[in-house]
Design a protein around this ligand. Structure first.
Ligand code: GLU
Length: 258
């Protein structure tokens, strides 16, 4: 079994914007368990920009002229910190990881597509977990992916994964505003189900994506024969409960129907 796990910025950051190392560590522990069970994992991790923002937060009067400057600065600093944390945490499990920074145009020509595919394939063959993110330092404006949900969908398809697991800070897709007690979680999505009337376009604080993009990516990836699960990355044992214990936990599953 081969899976892509996407971890959103909101899963990895605390309310004050700092990196939630406890959560990161718990997710790494679970991924180590998945690996022991023979599951190959590709990790798409956001959090670089949020991480860099919190590192540089204490610096008064940052010399940046616009949002692009800021994103470049924060991601350069934050990606280094993020990958360092992953490296150390996985090392405790004797698991090697490698950083893959990519950009939209790497998926646009057959040569760059297969070069990238080969890189991730050779990493997996050697037991190295690819930790993938957009190269936010150079990907600006129209060169950017919509968000890392889009990137994770492309990776899951390129690498012929069985599952794509999108970890966010809510349980999945609801029939209304997730904060409204009358809203219900949609647990299973069957082929042909149209949930667009339920999708709120409200976005989260730390990340770039929202439920709208998660839903459209989930549908697209699911149509390619991959099971997609949107679940709460802040829930303890979310990955092992889903993939090892096969427990019923609150989440939205787009079943593989091929
Ligand atoms: N690549 C961005 C980061 O690591 C996140 C993009 C997104 O939120 O989807 O900070």
């Amino acid at each position: 079994m081969r899976i892509t796990i996407k971890i959103g910025s909101n899963v990895l950051t605390r309310a004050d914007g700092s990196l939630d190392v406890t959560r990161l560590s718990a997710l790494v522990d679970q991924i180590a368990v998945l690996r022991q069970q023979g599951i190959e994992v590709l990790l798409v991790s956001s959090g670089a920009v949020a991480c860099g923002r919190s590192v540089l937060h204490s610096m008064k009067n940052l010399k940046t002229k616009d949002n692009v400057d800021e994103r470049q600065l924060f991601s350069a600093v934050g990606q280094a910190k993020l990958i360092d944390r992953y490296y150390e945490l996985f090392r405790d499990h004797r698991i090697h990881v490698g950083q893959v920074l990519t950009m939209k145009q790497n998926f646009s020509t057959p040569i760059s597509y297969s070069t990238q595919q080969n890189c991730m394939e050779v990493m997996l063959e050697n037991g190295v977990i690819p930790i993938i993110n957009e190269n936010d330092t150079v990907c600006v404006t129209e060169l950017m992916f919509t968000d890392n949900d889009e990137l994770s969908g492309l990776v899951a398809r390129m690498m012929n994964c069985d599952h794509l697991i999108i970890l966010s800070n809510i349980n999945g897709i609801f029939t209304g505003n997730p904060d409204d007690p009358n809203s219900e979680l949609i647990t299973h999505v069957k082929p042909g189900d149209d949930l667009s009337r339920f999708i709120q376009n409200k976005k989260s604080n730390a990340g770039r994506g929202g439920m709208e993009s998660k839903y459209s990516i989930a549908q697209e990836v699911n149509n390619a024969g991959i099971t997609v699960i949107i679940a709460n990355g802040k829930r303890n044992n979310v990955l092992t409960d889903l993939l090892i214990e096969h427990k019923t936990i609150p989440c939205t599953i787009f079943e593989n129907h091929q």
